[in-house]
Design a binder for this molecule. Structure first.
Ligand SMILES: [Zn+2]
Length: 387
């Protein structure tokens, strides 16, 4: 039975050792497909010499081109060599090989299975994947990793080319911002942002193609951030991955506008964890009133639910919706009879300037409304984040 299948394969044209052995991969363990194929071929050659089987003698020798894999498998060491060369300039510890099949290889394999069945066979894709993985692991001295590889190697059998993708490098840290008018994330209208300042030294070291700042909560550019705000910086397509976070921290902290601490390598999962947190925010707000303030204690009426329609100032970029946001507490201190400092603890996503001004009634209640006195934010800082 096994012999009959093997003879049929042998008679379908030149089939390389790997492709012959692979059809019996589930039998005779402990050999590579190539070794197994060699054994079967030698056995069939003896059978042929003893005139037990009929076969084309040419198919016992190395032929023109394997009718199944089109010589891909014999050439795998050569492809591995090319990949290793490309990988030389990259820093990585783990990798994953992916194989993109070509139409003709799929057809060759299906045609073979149609004739001989596939009971003992292994798919060609998995052999290429495994063998290439082994060669790269040995050649580069690195480990294959299915879960979160640093590098993804895609071997395209149609083009006979490889593409190498470097997965993002994630760096966790916390920052404070001491300057007003500095946006948090990249903006075409601003030369400098928190993101740019933090990313710059990392970009230099990693030669990444671009960067994204994932931070705990969005920040108004006018507000200082006097509490340590957690962030994860994502560096896309990095060439180098070894970063001296201590040295980079010092470099960033030489700037006056922001300070960072706790820099460490992180991963993608922590980004969604960070993004899912919606802490209450503690603000210190300096407010100017139109007239003398009467009964400041009335601001306590703000504790509870605030209805906020999308502020007029953001209507060009955001849909007009009403959201309910909570104010947890509010404290006040008079500076003079028309200027007060408030400490407000509000739910994440609250538009603070509108909570003060009322935004022509779009936010209600507001400080303006409960005090019956038009109020405007003079300046404000984030001073706390409450989980
Ligand atoms: Zn082959």
């Amino acid at each position: 039975m096994i012999r009959d299948i093997a003879v049929k394969i042998l008679n379908s044209g030149y089939v390389c050792d790997s492709c012959l052995g692979r059809q019996f991969a589930k039998l005779l363990r402990g050999y590579s497909n190539q070794e197994r194929g060699r054994i079967i071929r030698d056995f069939l050659a003896m059978e042929y010499e003893a005139k037990k089987i009929k076969a084309d003698p040419a198919n016992f020798e190395k032929g023109e081109r394997c009718v199944v894999c089109e010589d891909i498998l014999d050439n795998l060491p050569k492809f591995a060599e090319e990949i290793l060369k490309k990988l030389k300039k990259m820093e990585f510890e783990t990798f994953l090989v992916g194989v993109k099949m070509s139409d003709s290889l799929v057809m060759n394999e299906e045609a073979l299975w149609e004739k001989m069945g596939m009971k003992y066979s292994e798919p060609i894709k998995s052999e290429i994947n495994r063998e290439l993985g082994k060669m790269i692991a040995e050649g580069a001295g690195k480990t294959a990793d299915q879960e979160k590889p640093d590098i993804l190697i895609i071997f395209d059998l149609e083009k006979r080319e490889t593409e190498i993708f470097s997965n993002s490098l994630f760096v966790y840290g916390e920052y404070k911002k001491f300057a007003r008018g500095l946006p948090q994330t990249k903006s075409p209208r601003y030369k400098q942002t928190v993101q740019d300042i933090i990313a710059k030294p990392f970009m230099k070291v990693t030669s990444a193609s671009s960067h994204v700042l994932h931070a705990l909560g969005r920040e108004e550019k006018e507000a200082r951030c006097l509490v340590w705000r957690p962030f994860i910086l994502e560096l896309k397509q990095p060439i180098k991955r070894k970063v001296d976070t201590e040295r980079i921290k010092k470099e960033i902290n030489m700037r006056k506008k922001i300070k960072v601490r706790g820099l460490r390598i992180s991963d993608k999962k922590k980004v969604s964890l960070l993004k899912s947190k919606r802490p209450f925010k503690v603000y210190r707000v300096v407010v100017d009133f139109e007239r003398k303030v009467d009964k400041a204690e009335n601001v306590k009426k703000l504790v509870g639910v605030i209805k906020q329609r999308t502020p007029k100032r953001t209507l060009t970029s955001k849909p007009d919706k009403t959201k309910n946001k909570k104010v947890k507490s509010i404290k006040w201190k008079m500076i003079n009879n028309k200027r007060y400092i408030f400490e407000i603890i509000a739910e994440s996503g609250m538009y603070l300037k509108e909570l003060v001004s009322g935004d022509s009634g779009r936010t209600s209640p507001s400080i303006s409304k409960v005090l019956g006195n038009q109020a405007e934010v003079r300046e404000f800082d984030l001073i706390g984040l409450e989980d």
